[in-house]
Ligand binder design. Structure first.
Ligand code: SF4
Length: 403
C-alpha cells in the first residue's frame, strides 16, 4: 500500500511510536534477501510502503519519541516495525548517527535487531559510553558453510566477529543446520565474547520458504538434540538459551499449561481453540476434559505449530457447527491498543463473520504468561535435562494432530 499524503505517513509513524518502535525506513524491501527470512512474504499482514527516512522525518520521529515519558522497563525497538516491512536498518546511512542522538538526548533504552552491518568500532564505543542502554540482538544465523546459502548478501564472517568483539552485542542467535553447525558457532562466538547470551535452536520452515532452505531447516531440527548435547558438554561461560521450537516450549511448560487450562473451568462439552503444540500437551494430560478445536497454523504454513501465532483466518477455517467457542487471549494481542491477530485482523471483524457463534475469551491464556514461560524454561539446560532426557518427551513427539 502506498502512502497517499504526508498526514497519512505521519499517522503510520505515530502508530509505530505508540508501540515503542523507532520507525526508520530504508524506503525499499530488505536488500539482504536472506533465504530464511520470515519477512519475505508479508502478505499475511498489512504494511505500507514508506520512503527512505530523511533528516526531516527523523526530526519528527525523534520529537515524538522525546515526548513519551521514559519507563524503566521499556526499550525502544529498532528493526521490528509493525506497519512497515522489516529491513536491516543498520543499512540506513544515518542509522548510527540517529542511534547516538537517541542515546545522548534521551534517557531511554534501545533494542536493536540486525545481522550486523554496523561499524564495529562505533557501535562498541556507544555501548561503552552508554552502559545498560543498548540491547543489541545480533542475528548471526550461521558462521559455517551454510551461511552463503542462507544469507548470500549478508555481512562477512569477519565483520560479524568484529561486531561481536566488544560490549555492544547482548545476544547472538544462530541455529542448528546439521552436524557441527550450531555447536561450532557456539564455540567460536564464546571464544570472542563470553558475556553475550547465546540464543540457539533451529529455524522453522514456513510455507513460502524455498525448498532448498526448507530441507536445510528440517535437517537442522533433526540434529538439534545432538548439537545441543555438544554445546551442553562444552560448559561455556555464556548464558545459553534455546527457544525457537513451540513444541519443546509447550512440553517444558506443560504443568503451567495444565494448571491454566484447569483454572479456565471448562466443561467437557466446551470447544477450545489451540494449535498443535498445546494440543499435544492437553491430549496427553487432559483428554476428554473439553473439546479441543485443533487449528493448524495455515496462515504461516510450513512446519509452524504454535498457538500464539494463530490468526482469526486460521480459526475461521475450522469452525463448523459450534455454537460457543473459547479463544485464547494470546491470539488477539498483536498490539497493545486493540484486539488484533498477527495479521492485523480485528476480533470485531472476525466476530461479525460468525453471528451464529458466541466467542468467549480465555483471558488467562495471554502473551504475558506465554512470554514469561518462554524465557523461564528457555535455557539449553532445560532442553537437555528436562526434554531430551525426559522419558515422556518421546511419547509427546508421537502425539499426532487430528485431521
Ligand atoms: S536482513 Fe533481516 S529483514 Fe533483511 S532479509 Fe535478512 S532476515 Fe530478512
Amino acid at each position: 500500500m502506498s502512502i497517499e499524503n504526508r498526514e497519512f505517513f505521519l499517522k503510520i509513524l505515530r502508530k509505530e511510536i505508540n508501540d515503542r518502535k523507532i520507525p526508520i525506513s530504508l524506503g525499499k524491501t530488505c536488500p539482504v534477501k536472506c533465504s530464511f527470512c520470515y519477512e519475505q512474504d508479508i502478505s499475511y499482514r498489512q504494511t505500507f510502503d514508506m520512503p527512505l527516512t530523511t533528516q526531516e522525518d527523523w526530526e519528527f520521529i525523534f520529537r515524538e519519541i522525546q515526548a513519551v515519558p521514559t519507563r524503566e522497563t521499556e526499550s525502544w525497538i529498532l528493526g521490528g516495525n509493525e506497519y512497515m516491512e522489516w529491513t536491516d536498518l543498520a543499512l540506513h546511512p544515518k542509522a548510527l548517527d540517529w542511534i547516538e542522538e537517541f542515546l545522548e538526548k534521551t534517557d531511554k533504552k534501545i533494542t536493536i535487531f540486525s545481522v550486523g552491518y554496523f561499524d564495529p568500532k562505533r557501535i562498541n564505543r556507544l555501548a561503552e559510553k552508554y552502559p545498560g542502554r543498548i540491547n543489541f540482538e545480533l542475528s548471526v544465523i550461521a558462521l559455517g558453510p551454510y551461511r552463503q546459502q542462507l544469507m548470500p548478501k549478508g555481512p562477512s564472517i569477519d565483520q560479524v566477529l568484529k561486531v561481536l568483539d566488544g560490549p555492544a552485542v547482548a545476544s547472538a542467535n544462530f541455529y542448528s543446520l546439521g552436524p557441527g553447525t550450531m555447536s561450532e558457532d557456539a564455540k567460536t562466538i564464546s571464544k570472542i565474547n563470553q558475556n553475550c547470551l547465546l540464543w540457539m535452536g533451529c529455524l522453522t520452515p514456513l510455507k513460502y520458504i524455498d525448498e532448498k532452505t526448507t530441507t536445510l531447516m528440517r535437517r537442522g531440527k533433526q540434529f538439534l538434540p545432538d548439537e545441543s548435547q555438544k554445546v551442553y558438554d562444552m560448559n561455556l561461560p555464556n548464558t545459553q538459551m534455546i527457544h525457537t521450537e513451540s513444541d519443546i516450549t509447550a512440553f517444558l511448560n506443560r504443568n503451567k499449561i495444565i494448571k491454566t487450562f484447569d483454572a479456565c473451568e471448562l466443561d467437557k462439552k466446551d470447544w477450545v481453540v489451540m494449535a498443535g503444540n498445546v494440543y499435544r500437551v492437553l491430549n496427553m494430560f487432559r483428554r476428554g476434559r473439553a473439546r479441543f478445536l485443533y487449528v493448524p497454523n495455515e496462515t504461516l504454513g510450513g512446519d509452524s505449530d504454535c498457538t500464539t501465532l494463530l490468526t482469526f483466518s486460521d480459526v475461521a477455517k475450522r469452525i463448523t457447527h459450534q455454537k460457543v467457542v473459547h479463544l485464547p487471549r494470546v491470539i488477539m494481542e498483536k498490539s497493545s491498543n486493540d484486539e488484533r491477530d498477527i495479521s492485523g485482523v480485528s476480533f470485531d471483524d472476525f466476530k461479525d463473520r460468525f453471528p451464529q457463534v458466541r466467542f468467549k475469551v480465555l483471558n488467562r491464556v495471554n502473551s504475558k504468561l506465554s512470554n514469561k514461560k518462554l524465557y523461564e524454561k528457555g535455557y539449553l539446560k532445560n532442553y537437555v535435562e528436562d526434554y531430551l532426557r525426559h522419558p515422556l518427551s518421546k511419547k509427546f513427539e508421537r502425539v499426532a494432530h487430528p485431521n
